[in-house]
Design a protein around this ligand. Structure first.
Ligand SMILES: O=P(O)(O)OC[C@H]1O[C@@H](O)[C@H](O)[C@@H](O)[C@@H]1O
Length: 251
């Protein structure tokens, strides 16, 4: 079998939408839909699902798929003139068959490169031309790594600013059994209080009621401990300054 068939399978998913399945030999896997460039499934070697996907996810483009890892670009949240979380999660991405080389080459075999370019329709609401590339890679040990590269292709050389997020929905058991380490003492914007800025107290985060916060200047490593399931997600990021509740890249 060609190596592409062992580690990377291009096929159809829900409602006939294009998806890519990444597999590693120990049995872990990930699924990526071209709609939204969105990871919708990430399973460990015991075939346990690590991401949350809402049972109400419709898989009806251009509606965003609710769950998994949404790509928020060129706007995260409501900071800006675009609709919440920008438009990349509503667009159909393409497989990038000839991506530019990666500065740090990894030995991952299960990966796919996706690309989203501006559409002329979109230029009317966000007047810039861009290429947004995303590599989703599954490591031999089951770690999931997302790498994004944004290129300004404005013909007049005009610069643009944007915000970006990996809007990740993790699967946990009982939220009251979950603890998040790495955000203590940080400043955050509280979406439930008109984005007012507060400072987190010293202890690891636990949850007793609804929480909707965006933490600023977060460390490169955050851990989510699910006591009931005895599972810890370790999130590492590079290059993005802030974090929403759980919006970071996963290594
Ligand atoms: O419903 P959406 O647009 O997918 O957003 C989901 C959540 O996204 C989070 O980033 C926001 O802080 C929440 O307020 C929002 O509920």
């Amino acid at each position: 079998m060609a190596s592409e068939n062992v580690y990377v399978e291009h096929c159809k998913g829900v409602n006939g939408l294009d998806k890519v399945i990444l597999r590693e030999i120990r049995g872990c896997s990930a699924e990526v839909y071209l709609d939204g460039g969105q990871v919708t499934s990430w399973k460990n070697e015991f075939r346990e699902q690590l991401l949350f996907l809402s049972s109400k996810a419709t898989f009806k483009p251009p509606n965003a798929i609710r769950g998994g890892i949404q790509i928020c670009f060129p706007q995260f949240g409501t900071i800006g003139s675009l609709e919440q979380h920008g438009f990349a999660r509503n667009r159909l991405w393409s497989v990038d068959r000839d991506p530019p080389p990666f500065p740090a080459n990894t030995s991952h075999r299960a990966f796919v490169d996706l690309i989203l370019r501006h559409s002329e329709e979109e230029v009317k609401i966000w007047p810039h031309r861009y290429e947004c590339r995303l590599r989703v890679a599954l490591g031999p040990g089951g770690d999931l790594m997302l790498t994004s590269r944004i290129r300004n292709t404005n013909t007049d050389g005009k610069s643009f600013t944007f915000t970006f997020a990996y809007h990740t929905y993790f699967s946990v058991t009982d939220i009251s059994e979950v603890r998040v380490e790495g955000l203590e003492t940080l400043d955050y914007l509280d979406n439930l209080k008109n984005r007012e800025r507060f400072t987190e107290q010293g202890d690891a985060l636990t949850f007793e009621s609804e929480v909707d916060k965006v933490y600023l200047s977060t460390p490169t490593k955050i851990a989510i401990l699910d006591h009931e399931r005895k599972r810890t997600f370790v999130l590492r990021k590079d290059g993005l300054p802030d974090a929403g509740e759980f919006i970071v890249s996963i290594h």
